[in-house]
Design a protein around this ligand. Structure first.
Ligand SMILES: CC(C)(COP(=O)(O)OP(=O)(O)OC[C@H]1O[C@@H](n2cnc3c(N)ncnc32)[C@H](O)[C@@H]1OP(=O)(O)O)[C@@H](O)C(=O)NCCC(=O)NCCS
Length: 345
């Protein structure tokens, strides 16, 4: 078996297809209700990043020697590392038929060594509740930083007349706007200001989240999403008197699995809370998505486990709790220590 660094930008169609076939068999085994990925969208998804960030990828292939494991048309394992300042975000996936042979550990070794040589101090990974990833990361000494609940809305079960009523209940003095794909330049400042308020009031670690707090970074973030094949849809409530953004909600439809969208930030600026704006903008978003993305069948969102892990408005809209989403982290040097001499070979 051989681990090799791999650049999706210059990859052959066969390599891409083998990787996506493996990722889909991983999904079918670990998360059978998740939609499969499409091969045409994975290269930009893995290569496009924000300025100053980079993603390094690895593949495990048979070396062609002896009787070692080979699964025709399938990549045996894949890992990637997103470099963001001095923090790394790692992902490791092995084909279900190639597990418990040390491939996962070998890939973590590559990730850890690169993280070290790039000067990263810590490494974060996520593990979905009920999958082998939880035991795997814990066996490598990663500590759980926080746990969220993934909630899913099945659009075929939505009460659309009720959603239309919710969307129409716009409080006096506000205007609701819908912006598919990005924002008009004049809205970048006020929108980023609303996101900055969230940063001041939110103490959880959102370092690796696609949130943007100044107009330039926000514009770049929206552009990066589009380049990665992840189309953003934005709905916001403008407070007319102050011309500020009082509330916003963001949903992204990924080209690699266009039937399931991801809910990103929803923010109601504290001065505008208590007026039902969250309900109004989320309901309007669903109405817009229904028109703009007819292939969409589900929306997924993540909520903190404390208090109400679904959220009152999401429950009203019909979201149901799905699985835990566990964020793990470790110091890079400690990880290299724990992996032992094999990881530095
Ligand atoms: C997690 C994963 C990478 C482990 O890969 P692997 O090749 O089996 O890992 P290794 O063989 O290197 O395992 C090393 C050690 O990790 C631990 N480990 C691995 N899988 C484990 C599990 N299911 N439970 C507990 N510990 C586990 C064990 O200590 C194991 O040693 P062992 O095989 O002697 O018991 C693999 O199962 C995988 O790709 N899972 C899916 C990942 C995922 O995120 N899926 C959902 C999103 S698509």
């Amino acid at each position: 078996m051989r681990v090799r660094e791999w650049d999706p930008k210059t990859a052959s169609a066969d390599e891409i297809e083998s990787l996506v076939a493996t990722l889909n068999e991983v999904l079918a085994t670990d998360l059978p209700d998740d939609p499969p990925w499409r091969p045409d969208a994975i290269a930009p998804y893995l290569t496009e990043t924000m300025q100053g960030e980079r993603r390094v990828c690895w593949l495990i292939e048979p070396s062609g020697e002896g009787t070692e494991l080979e699964i025709p048309g399938r990549t045996l394992g894949h890992a990637n590392l997103l470099l963001v300042g001095d923090i790394g975000g790692g992902e490791v996936r092995d084909h279900p038929a190639a597990r418990h042979r040390g491939l996962g550990r070998a890939l973590v070794g590559c990730v850890a060594r690169r993280a070290y040589s790039e000067g990263l101090s810590s490494l974060g990974v996520e593990a979905v509740g009920g999958t082998p990833a939880v035991g795997f990361w814990e066996s490598l000494g990663f500590r759980c930083a926080y746990i969220e609940m993934r909630n899913i809305l099945d659009l075929s079960r939505v009460d659309w007349p009720a959603v239309a009523r919710m969307a129409a209940a716009v409080p006096a003095g506000y205007r609701v706007e819908y912006h598919p794909g990005g924002l008009p330049p004049a809205l970048l400042e006020p929108y980023a200001a609303a996101k900055a308020v969230r940063r001041e009031t939110d103490s959880s670690d959102l370092e690796l989240r696609p949130s943007s707090y100044d107009a330039k970074r926000l514009a770049e973030s929206l552009d990066t999403l589009n380049r990665r094949g992840m189309r953003p849809y934005l709905v916001l409530a403008v407070h007319e008197q102050s011309a500020t953004v009082a509330a916003l909600t963001e949903v992204v439809t990924p080209a690699q699995h266009p039937t399931r969208a991801d809910q990103y930030d929803t923010i109601v600026v504290p001065a505008h809370q208590g007026l039902g704006l969250e309900r109004v903008i989320k309901a309007r978003m669903l109405l817009e998505l229904r028109r703009a993305a007819p292939e969409l069948t589900e929306v997924q969102t993540w909520n903190a486990l404390e208090n109400d892990p679904i959220g009152e408005v999401n429950r009203e809209l019909g979201y149901r709790a799905d699985r835990q989403w566990r964020e793990y982290e470790t110091d890079v040097l400690d990880l290299i220590d724990r992996l032992g001499p094999a990881s530095t070979a």
